[in-house]
Structure formats: structure tokens, C-alpha cells
Design a protein. Structure first.
Lengths: 111, 100
């Protein structure tokens, strides 16, 4: 169980570091959101699973599982709301974007 | 100070390095949604930081803090999204009044 705790925490923190590097290095808002939401959520969930393996009590297990469930429910909702608002506001897409399927349906202005 | 403590402190330092990267993005972010994305990731990093800290100090009380933080962060992101939508609507109204 100690080995499981250590491995979960190290892998989770590595995923979190990858998410932060993606937020720093990606060229576009939507790509940054893609990096931050997926990798950040996975890293936080892995670290909370490591907490469960360390304590091995019922109350800690239930609270950590509630936190993981809540993060997995609310992170896509928040990310989708933010991406929708930013698209309506008009973000500048990167030059390597291949398709923009919403183009022409909304009048968006480039800042 | 065995191997497990070294691994815990290593993961703690990796999380704090990620916080530094997110703060750089908050400073140089061109528009408001970039900063909101970086703040959202920073809140996730704080959640994992408190979880690792509760393992290091061996006190399971800090998990309650994690639940409260995870509940509040969602509300802040939704509020910022609504703020961005309202700002774009008010700017469009201003442009229409100038045209009329």
C-alpha cells in the first residue's frame, strides 16, 4: 500500500506538471484549455487516490471519492462554459487551426 | 527521512513548479479568458497541494478543506464565464448605438 501511494502521487504530480507546461507553451486559448482541463483533472484525481491508499479509513475514503466525483463532474461544465463565452467574445485562433466549424454562424469580432 | 518522504517532497515541489508556470501565464496572458484558465488550473494545483500536505503531516482533517475548495472553484469559473459574456454583449450594444 505504501508503494501504491507513492506511485500514485508521483504519476499525478507528473501529469500536473505536464498540464502546467501545456498552459504555458500552447499557442492558442482553446489548446491551453484542452491541456489544462484533461491533464489537470487526471493529476488531481490520482493524487487523491494516493491519499486514499495512505490513510485507509472510511471517512477519508468517502470524502476523497466525493471530491474526485465532484471534480470529474464540474471540470467539463466549467471548461465548456468558458470556451463558449470566449468564442462569443472572439478569440484569435492559432495559425495551425485546420477547421473552424462554427465559422459564419455567429458574428464574432477579433480583438 | 526514508524513500517515501523523498517521493512526497518531490511531488510537492513538482506541484509548486506548476504553480510558478501558471502564474507566468496569468501575468503574460493576452486576454481575460487566458487568465481565467490559468486560475482554474491553479485552484486544481492548490487542491492537490493540500492533499499531499495532509499525507505528509499525517492529519486527515485537511481533506475537508479540499472538498470546500473544490466546491468554491467551480462557482468562480462559472461567474467569470458569465462576466465575459456580459462584457461582449455590452460592447455589441455600444457598437450598435454608434451605428444607429
Amino acid at each position: 500500500m505504501n508503494i501504491l501511494n507513492t506511485v500514485c502521487m508521483l504519476i499525478g504530480s507528473l501529469f500536473i506538471l505536464i498540464a502546467a507546461i501545456g498552459v504555458l507553451r500552447m499557442p492558442d486559448l482553446l489548446m491551453r484549455m484542452h491541456a489544462a482541463t484533461k491533464a489537470g483533472t487526471l493529476g488531481t484525481g490520482l493524487i487523491l487516490i494516493g491519499v486514499i491508499f495512505h490513510f485507509q479509513k472510511w471517512n477519508v475514503t468517502i470524502e476523497a471519492f466525493l471530491t474526485i466525483l465532484f471534480i470529474f463532474i464540474t471540470a467539463p461544465i466549467a471548461s465548456h462554459l468558458l470556451a463558449r463565452a470566449a468564442y462569443f467574445r472572439g478569440v484569435k485562433l492559432a495559425k495551425i487551426t485546420i477547421t473552424d466549424e462554427l465559422k459564419g454562424y455567429y458574428d464574432r469580432k477579433i480583438p | 527521512m526514508n524513500i517515501q518522504h523523498i517521493a512526497w517532497y518531490l511531488s510537492l515541489s513538482l506541484v509548486m513548479l506548476s504553480v510558478v508556470f501558471c502564474f507566468i501565464r496569468i501575468i503574460i496572458g493576452p486576454i481575460l479568458p487566458d487568465r481565467v484558465v490559468a486560475l482554474d488550473l491553479t485552484a486544481n494545483l492548490l487542491i492537490s497541494f493540500i492533499a499531499i500536505y495532509s499525507v505528509i503531516t499525517n492529519q486527515p482533517v485537511y481533506i475537508d478543506v479540499v472538498i470546500a475548495l473544490a466546491l468554491i472553484v467551480f462557482l468562480t469559473t462559472v461567474a467569470f464565464a458569465n462576466l465575459i459574456v456580459w462584457q461582449s454583449y455590452s460592447e455589441k450594444k455600444k457598437i450598435n448605438k454608434e451605428i444607429l
